[in-house]
Design a protein around this ligand. Structure first.
Ligand SMILES: Nc1ncnc2c1ncn2[C@@H]1O[C@H](COP(=O)(O)OS(=O)(=O)O)[C@@H](OP(=O)(O)O)[C@H]1O
Length: 578
């Protein structure tokens, strides 16, 4: 029988007394009638990993409509007796402080759930924390038989805790989420329960069924399925809940490579939606930013910034473009003070101190071009930042650049930072005037033809000299120059190494699959574990009249040698060329 009535969001009746910490759950009414639902005994077997690749509610095909399987049986009477001794002392903060590690889990703690933790990990499996009680012989004697009954090796465990749910409380319907979920298996063993505990699981909220959990039975739950628990009784309900990595997890997550951290008594762990932080490591993380998008202007940098920001470990700063390395450079100071200023002025220094796993992004597209300023300044502070460069057909980049500067809807502040030099001038007029200047400065040399449609090559030394004379503080310059990607990339590759710079094409992000693939590459480059892209809408897109065909053709001819230089530099094949 489906049990969708638990999702009734009516107001809580006055006469129901909720357990401690439950007022925020008023909308999930305790439904006493649920205790009369028949409970299905889980069949023997195990969850198919294919059924765990995404939340089941997303409607991917499933091998089975069963979400819980019996994996083993164990005599838990001694563990149950141990938990009932000592007048609940094992659940107290004092016990955790004296014998173990305190673990703060704001949402679970808010629901009043008591816990005794043995192993814990962050959602991205950066670290598996083994707590002191995990090796404690008296606890091992009680826990190990449960693990053995279902054949789960201790060294594969990534989370293991006893969780005790107060009388008359509800864990609202949810599915687990995060990098760890499709890579691990979730098992429950009821240690102390009673017929008035209701556990529901199903593909969607409307299709949940009641599952039987008998004391001592080890049940695997597909935690990508919706599940819900209500303890309608007057007693605590206690389960041993553990997760372990399946064979199919990446090798770096499996023993012997599994990133295990052995904790000592007195340590403190704090879980957030994003990460698990160790109190003793507060303030130990590298300063922000941790990832730098350096250009090119009008090549999808805003989208890449927004896409990357959807990763749970990315913490937004005060602004997307800090311009710290050019417009806002605070002047000569020692490297440590400079990097502290960047970190403290533009990023959430408090959050980074508390959670060293968090990462921050700076996306300032002017850096790629004005490398004469940005490179030496960055080198003084940080040599290890992952750099991301977006590129786009330079002919269309130029048109987009012009459309932004000419945009009549700009605010006065935008007008100031964009510059006004091109107002009233067409793309061709601006480009032709710049071409004259580039020829005069020797930055380009005409090989054949004339005007924009001619054949030109870029002189690297003249380019490096020319950029030192560019205006600072606004973007209404270098319509053509910003399309010489190889010349711009060369100094960055020399300064930081080619492997530190990821170059991605804006055109590849037109489809949501393409955007997801580009973001996965960027996440990996930035040292982040992959996280799916939820919202792939293009950002910072502008509608403007399409450029005349002959202009685009001329610009494409103008850029053809500069582009060939880029293809050779990056080893790009036919599919990647403009
Ligand atoms: N996903 C995706 N696919 C294809 N094109 C995309 C995508 N995201 C952004 N864009 C286009 O990139 C242009 C904006 O680039 P930037 O955000 O780098 O501009 S800025 O320098 O920060 O002003 C802007 O180009 P124009 O619309 O031609 O101006 C965006 O439309």
């Amino acid at each position: 029988m489906a049990a969708n009535m638990v999702i009734d969001q009516g107001a809580a009746p006055d006469d129901v007394q909720y357990g401690d910490g439950q007022p925020q759950l008023d909308k999930f009414r305790l439904r006493w009638e649920l205790a009369r639902l028949p409970a299905l005994a889980p069949p023997a077997g195990e969850v198919s990993f294919d059924d765990k690749r995404a939340p089941t509610e997303q409607g991917h095909s499933l091998t089975t409509g069963t979400f819980c399987f019996l994996r083993g049986r164990s005599d838990v009477s001694r563990l149950k007796a141990r938990l009932e001794r000592d007048d609940d002392f094992v659940w107290s903060d004092e016990y955790a402080t004296e014998h173990n590690v305190t673990l703060a889990r704001p949402s679970h703690d808010g629901w009043g759930i008591r816990k005794l933790a043995f192993v814990f990990c962050d959602d991205f499996l950066h670290r598996v924390y083994r707590l002191p009680l995990w090796e404690d012989p008296s606890w091992r004697a009680l826990i190990d038989p449960i693990l053995e009954s279902c054949g789960v090796p201790r060294e594969r465990i990534i989370r293991c805790l006893l969780a005790s749910m107060p009388p008359r409380t509800v864990i609202p319907p949810h599915h687990d989420s995060g990098y760890w979920v499709p890579r691990s298996r979730r098992l429950h063993c009821a240690i102390k329960t009673n017929p008035d505990v209701v556990f529901l699981a199903g593909r969607t909220l409307d299709e949940m069924h009641r599952i039987e959990f008998k004391e001592g039975c080890v049940v695997e739950l597909n935690n990508q399925a919706k599940h819900y628990v209500a303890n309608l009784s007057d007693e605590y309900r206690t389960h041993l809940i553990f997760d372990y990595v399946d064979d199919r997890a990446e090798p770096y997550l499996l023993p012997p490579e599994m990133p295990v951290v052995q904790l000592r008594t007195g340590d403190e762990l704090l879980q957030t939606r994003r990460s698990v932080a160790l109190a003793s490591e507060r303030g130990s993380g590298p300063r922000a930013p941790h990832i730098l998008i350096i250009g090119a202007q009008k090549a999808g940098t805003t989208s890449m910034f927004e896409y990357l920001s959807q990763h749970p470990l990315i913490k937004r700063g005060v602004r997307r473009e800090t311009h710290f390395l050019d417009w806002r450079w605070p002047g000569d100071d020692d490297a440590d003070s400079l990097s502290r200023k960047w970190h403290e002025t533009f990023f959430d220094a408090e959050a980074h101190a508390l959670h060293p796993d968090l990462r921050a992004l700076d996306s300032t597209p002017s850096y790629l071009l004005q490398s004469n300023l940005a490179i030496p300044r960055l080198q003084r502070m940080r040599k290890d930042l992952p750099l991301i460069v977006m590129v786009r057909d330079p002919a269309l980049r130029a048109v987009s650049h012009h459309a932004m500067i000419a945009d009549k809807a700009a605010t006065p502040q935008q007008r100031r930072s964009r510059g006004t030099a091109w107002l009233g001038k067409s793309v061709r007029e601006v480009a032709e005037a710049e071409l004259v200047e580039l020829l005069r400065a020797g930055v380009v040399r005409c090989v054949k033809g004339e005007g924009l449609g001619g054949d030109y090559e870029v002189d690297d030394a003249a380019f490096r000299d020319y950029i030192t004379r560019l205006p600072l503080g606004h973007g209404a310059h270098s319509l053509l120059l910003r399309g010489f990607y190889a010349a711009q990339l060369r100094p960055w590759r020399e300064a930081f190494g080619a492997e530190r710079i990821l170059v991605l094409r804006c055109e590849d992000m037109v489809t949501s699959e393409g955007a997801a693939a580009a973001v996965a590459l960027a996440q990996r480059h930035a040292g982040l574990r992959e996280h799916p892209l939820d919202d792939a809408r293009p950002r910072n897109a502008r509608s403007y009249a399409g450029p005349p065909d002959d202009l685009v053709e001329d610009l494409r001819r103008f850029f053809s040698r500069a582009n060939a230089d880029l293809y050779e530099m990056l080893g790009w094949g036919d599919g990647e060329r403009w």
